[in-house]
Write a protein that binds this ligand. Structure first.
Ligand code: SF4
Length: 292
């Protein structure tokens, strides 16, 4: 169900984890996500989202609100359209065009943008991203956890396939837009094979990416843990039993090879000339006129 709301505020200052993604401010145009990744932490009971996979709350007035907030903003910074617990290019965006509307406002007021998505729908807005990039900076980060489209159909059932995401990255890079991938989370027994990690980095390099970031663990708790195990069972896998035995009630579930995997990522990125952090764009404030 789509639940439209009239929001009172939009922009939030980044702190901690959000700024890892190279932005100074972020916004949540949507809450809830139709990509339905089976490992999504946003499904956890602590966030109190009743029907995370079915309901999407929409800030219907996001475009007007963004313009109003930017007009009175004194300090410029990188603005991310990708907040928490959603993807600014999930299916409903195709019809509502709120992300596109917000990009137009960022372009109008000369703000750099950071997009974090799993959807090649971002290509629809390549014209505005190019305009922003010509003036300041546009940076697009795709989360890609597996190179294997068949595995992705199980763990990220409604998100565009990894092969489509890499094609989108190449199209964006070819236009001079900064791009990167997030290998996040690294899921024990599913995406933690050396071959998968190697290929993700090689494909990122071929797609013209500038950086690769990674998370070192899958997180599971309460309702989300039950959902993840149920989806593994439905896929005919016996991994749930293995997880229960190995991780019990642990929130953090790390691959036993995680240190080796991290080394592979760092070494291969160095070899390919990729950074292991998001390329951050520093906004230059106009210098003050000196009287002397
Ligand atoms: S795209 Fe992100 S927010 Fe959406 S379901 Fe997947 S992990 Fe959750």
């Amino acid at each position: 169900m789509i639940i439209k709301q009239n929001a009172k505020s939009l922009l939030i200052k980044s702190n901690g984890i959000e700024s890892v993604f190279g932005n100074d401010f972020y916004m949540n145009i949507y809450r809830g996500c139709s990509h339905n990744c089976i490992y999504c932490d946003s499904r956890s009971s602590c966030y109190r989202v009743e029907n995370f996979d079915k309901d999407v709350i929409v800030k219907d007035n996001a475009v007007e609100l963004l313009e109003k907030e930017l007009v009175s903003k004194r300090k410029k910074g990188v603005i991310s359209l990708s907040g928490a617990m959603s993807d600014c290019y999930m299916h409903i965006e195709k019809k509502l065009e709120l992300t596109r509307g917000c990009l137009n406002i960022l372009d109008k007021y000369n703000y750099p943008v950071m997009i974090h998505t799993k959807s090649d729908l971002v290509l629809r807005d390549i014209d505005i991203l190019e305009k922003i990039n010509n003036k300041t900076n546009a940076n697009v980060l795709f989360t890609i956890t597996t190179i294997n489209d068949e595995h992705a159909r199980i763990i990220e059932p409604n998100a565009p396939l990894p092969s489509k995401r890499f094609k989108a990255l190449k199209s964006l890079s070819d236009k001079g837009i900064t791009t990167g991938i997030a290998i996040w989370p690294i899921i024990p027994f599913i995406t933690d094979q050396e071959k998968n990690i190697n290929e993700l980095i090689k494909y990122a390099h071929l797609a013209g990416c500038k950086y690769v970031i990674f998370g070192d663990a899958l997180t599971l708790r309460g309702k989300q843990r039950e959902y993840f195990y149920k989806k593994l069972d439905e896929a005919g896998s016996d991994l749930a039993k293995k997880y229960k035995r190995l991780y019990g009630d642990s929130y953090v579930c790390k691959s036993k090879n995680i240190e080796k995997i991290k080394k592979i990522i760092r070494d291969l990125c160095e070899e390919c000339g990729l950074e292991t952090k998001v390329s951050y764009y520093q906004v230059k404030e106009p210098s003050q006129i000196s009287l002397f």
